[in-house]
Structures are given as structure tokens and as C-alpha cells.
Design a binder for this molecule. Structure first.
Ligand code: PMP
Length: 330
């Protein structure tokens, strides 16, 4: 019989799939790493497992303890499913702009969700930051993973994502492309691939136009989970060789093409990363192997990226229903 001992054992070990339609006319092999097959539906299961395991080892998280983190998305799901299997309670703090659906996903896994007003300053006692700090102080046995500064975040990718890519490409990978949010994925995976290849693998970060990684000031953009308005310590800028800035329009156009042409229903940061990979691939040869990481699935974005009215309201669709960027990628 072949089975996992618990859902936690199913984290990682995700497959690579060749991009065909989107890579037409380009010389290198372009492979997408599909993170939505993780049990919590995203790449964040990896960091959740490692952050919790390290905190158990260091004694910061004790039996029956409570995990408190300001998160509304994928990291919360990953933490909730590992916590539940190991007997911890979770409290997630999220701003009220986060959809009811997303909050209900966290509750479905047994987490408690505390909602804070979006329209207050960070120092306001009701803000997302103030409330999560207060909950940590006031809850006995509380521990805050803090994915932005926790070294276990990049370490999880150094120990799992990187080795998987190296093994599955027989060490032939030449370029690695990933979106940058906390920076954990690109820093840990990129560092491993560089270590294994003697520095030969080129590491490319994809960033929403406006975010600090590509020289922006933190101006707003719509793609979720990537880009920042500050530099987190989980990000190691010495690993990244190049940053490619991608517009929302292009990210969403490519996201829709991934669903329609490759059968990959994925999130907007996946379209952003693939847009960057296609741009990089234009200058490469048949000998190159580009791996691009797709962090999550598209179900959470049906009312946005995959909704024509929403797309049109931001000017991302033309009158006849086509995305406005068309063939800009080639
Ligand atoms: N895409 C999505 C949807 C995410 O939730 C995240 C994590 N914030 C990322 C990309 C970026 O990954 P990382 O935090 O490892 O840079």
C-alpha cells in the first residue's frame, strides 16, 4: 500500500510541465513548476511546515500553543493545515478589504480570523499590525511566524524547491524565474541552484510595476502576493541577477492564456512570472532550460482576473473581449 501518513507529508514534490502554446516561437525549453498541487493549494505550504518545525525545535512554539500571523491568504492556509495536524490553534489577522470567501477558507481549516479596518494608520490601535502585536502579547503560548523575517522561509526553498528543480531537470536548468513577495522563494531556490551549478544558473525575479524590487515607490498594483513597499529580510538581493517589471495588464493577459491554452488555472502572480520568463526566453537558445515557478491556483481569482466585467473595469479588456496587451510578448 502506498499512502501518506498525513496531509503534511504531501507538501512539496511538485511537478514540472512544459509550456507549449505560450512558448511557441521561442527557442529554450520552458518548464512551469506547479505549486497548486500542494495540499493547501500553494507554494506557502512549504514555508509553513518549515517555520512551524523550526519553532518547535527552538522551543518558541510549545505543545498546544497558538500561532498568530497577519495574513489573509496562502500562508494562512499552509499554517492552518500544519497547525491542525500538530495540535496548535491559529489566529489570523486580516484587513477588512480581504474578501469574505478568503476569510471563510481559513475558518474552514479551523483557524480563528480577526478582521481589522483597512482605513486606519499602522500605529492606530485597531490596525492590522497593532492588533496582531497585541494578540501575541495577550495570548498565552502565542508565537508569530513572521514570514517576512523568518530564515525558515528561504531555508524551506533551499531544502525542497531548489533540490526538486535540480533533480527533475537532471541539473540542466539554466534560468530560474519567480515572483518576489517576501523573497523567500527566489532567495532559497535561487541560492540552491547557484550553489549546485557553481553560479551558472541565472536567477530572475518578476515584480509588479510600482513595487520596490524593480525600483518603484510602492505605488498600487492589482496582482496579489508579490511586490512590496519595503525590503523584507527574507529577501537576499545578492541571489537575484535581474529583476523584470511586469504590468498588471500583461500579468493578467498571460494568466488567462495559461488557463485557456495550457490548461493551467493559476493565480495572477503566475501570469506575471510567466510573462517575465517569456521575455527572458526571447534572448536564449535551444540549449537553455528555463524553470518558472507558479505559486498558486486560479480558483481564488474567478471574480477578478477570470471575470470579464472586472477586467474591463480596469481597462484590461477591449470592446470585443480581448486582453489589451495582445501579442506584446513576442
Ligand atoms: N505569489 C503568491 C500568490 C503569493 O502568495 C506569494 C507569497 N507572498 C508569492 C507569489 C511570492 O512568494 P515569496 O513570498 O516567496 O516571494
Amino acid at each position: 500500500m502506498r499512502y501518506a501518513q498525513s496531509v503534511v507529508d504531501l507538501v512539496g514534490g511538485t511537478p514540472l510541465v512544459k509550456l507549449n502554446s505560450l512558448a511557441a516561437g521561442l527557442k529554450p525549453l520552458i518548464l512551469a513548476k506547479i505549486e497548486y498541487v500542494n495540499p493547501g493549494g500553494s507554494v506557502k505550504d512549504r514555508i509553513a511546515l518549515k517555520m512551524i518545525t523550526e519553532a518547535e525545535k527552538s522551543g518558541e512554539l510549545r505543545p498546544g500553543g497558538t500561532i498568530v500571523e497577519p495574513t489573509s491568504g496562502n500562508t494562512g492556509v499552509g499554517l492552518a493545515l500544519v497547525a491542525q495536524q500538530r495540535g496548535y490553534h491559529c489566529i489570523f489577522v486580516c484587513p477588512d478589504k480581504v474578501s469574505e470567501d478568503k476569510r471563510n477558507v481559513l475558518r474552514a481549516y479551523g483557524a480563528e480570523v480577526v478582521v481589522c479596518p483597512t482605513a486606519v494608520a499602522p500605529e492606530d490601535p485597531d490596525s492590522y499590525y497593532s492588533v496582531s502585536d497585541r494578540l501575541v502579547r495577550e495570548t498565552p503560548g502565542a508565537w508569530k511566524p513572521n514570514q517576512y523575517a523568518n530564515p525558515a522561509n528561504p531555508a524551506s526553498h533551499y531544502e525542497s524547491t531548489g533540490p526538486e528543480i535540480w533533480a527533475d531537470t537532471d541539473g540542466k536548468v539554466t534560468h530560474f524565474v519567480a515572483g518576489v513577495g517576501t523573497g523567500g522563494t527566489i532567495s532559497g531556490t535561487g541560492r540552491y541552484l547557484k550553489d549546485m551549478s557553481g553560479g551558472a544558473v541565472r536567477v530572475i525575479g518578476a515584480d509588479p510595476e510600482g513595487s520596490v524590487y524593480s525600483g518603484g515607490t510602492g505605488r498600487p498594483y492589482l496582482v496579489e502576493g508579490v511586490g512590496e513597499d519595503f525590503w523584507p529580510s527574507a529577501y537576499d538581493p545578492t541571489v537575484t541577477d535581474e529583476i523584470v517589471a511586469v504590468s498588471d495588464a500583461e500579468s493578467f493577459a498571460v494568466t488567462r492564456r495559461l488557463a485557456r491554452e495550457e490548461g493551467l488555472l493559476v493565480g495572477g502572480s503566475c501570469g506575471m512570472a510567466v510573462a517575465a520568463a517569456l521575455r527572458v526566453a526571447q534572448h536564449l537558445t535551444e540549449d537553455d532550460v528555463v524553470v518558472v515557478l507558479l505559486p498558486d491556483g486560479g480558483r481564488g481569482y474567478l471574480s477578478k482576473i477570470f471575470n470579464d466585467e472586472w477586467m474591463a473595469s480596469y481597462g484590461f479588456l477591449t470592446q470585443d473581449g480581448h486582453t489589451t496587451v495582445g501579442d506584446v510578448l513576442r
